[in-house]
Design a protein around this ligand. Sequence first.
Ligand code: NAD
Length: 341
Amino acid sequence: MEPENVSPFNWNDATVLVTGGAGFIGSHTCRKLLELGASVISLDNYNCIYTPDMKHDNMRRLQEDFGQRVVDLHADIADRRQFEAALAPYADRINAVVHLAALTSVFDSTDNPDEYVNVNVNATQHIADWMKDHDIRKMVFASSSSVYGYRNTAPFFETDDVSKPSSVYAATKIMCENLLHTYAGLYNMQVVALRFFNIYGPAQPPSLVIHKFAEQIFNKQPVTVYGDGSFQRDYTYVGDATNAIAQALAYDKANYDVFNIGTCEIYSVLDIIRHLEEKLGMPANVTHLPQPPGDVPLTHADTSKAQTELGYKTTKSFNDGIAEFVDWFLSYHNALQETVS
Ligand SMILES: NC(=O)c1ccc[n+]([C@@H]2O[C@H](COP(=O)([O-])OP(=O)(O)OC[C@H]3O[C@@H](n4cnc5c(N)ncnc54)[C@H](O)[C@@H]3O)[C@@H](O)[C@H]2O)c1
């Protein structure tokens, strides 16, 4: 169905709400949108899943570079009254929402399913409802490659069956996609769900595998690999993900659509370690742990739909992206050491 009454995107007049805006993809997204000329309102609860200092640094740098075009709101999307009160002074000028705030760990979701459904699903419904109430029609939602579940055939297409998730985290992302599809149809919104395939780059959280391994190699600790290290992933540079978010905000061909955002190239866990050893110039002492349930052996995107419809393309090879991550990692460590000494 062709959308009606949804104005095309005009960056210089735009104010975009970015939930999870202080986080990894969120802060890179804010920067991208600010560079395009938009103003951003970040809403984040600065949770402690990894050090909030990293998120405060992200936001401080944005405010230094872009001044009053950045609003930094501290609120919990799982507390409807709280986030609505925080957004009340700004609701009239928000044109679009990039909804990134979520709990993000496949393994942790097995232990805390209530929390994952509450923050990822219930809060997403509340945000969509708040948008409807304020006549805000455009949302880009961060979905995940995990929706494809346990697969050994590749690549993955948007038309593939996603009814068999293997983790609570993946199930919450599918629930959100379905819910947002319904809201888009009922209330004439434009929603784009981007299925991100392992995003990496500067300021990546320490819990994510590339940063975690870099930390272990750098600190001469055992590098903890689940299983035999043969699991393969499609790794996407964060700058390509934020380009896709901007392209999705400008996309107006359908009320609801979904796109894979990956690179179509895959690397095993052991490949990642080899790249990090080379860039850090340090050897890894690998130790193997049993594979926890919920994780999938393979992710591999077909991105032809995003290329055709959004104009998406990858701009950085994995080799260059890892080099950029390692440069950031080393300067981050230097800064930490200067603070301590
Ligand atoms: N990084 C990846 O590889 C990847 C892959 C697929 C999908 N995604 C999705 O992209 C989004 C962003 O992920 P990220 O890697 O930047 O993680 P992140 O943890 O750095 O960012 C999430 C941000 O959301 C905030 N947040 C969490 N719960 C909140 C709440 N209740 N209220 C307000 N703020 C809250 C956190 O404080 C954090 O700053 C998530 O939805 C994630 O599921 C990420």
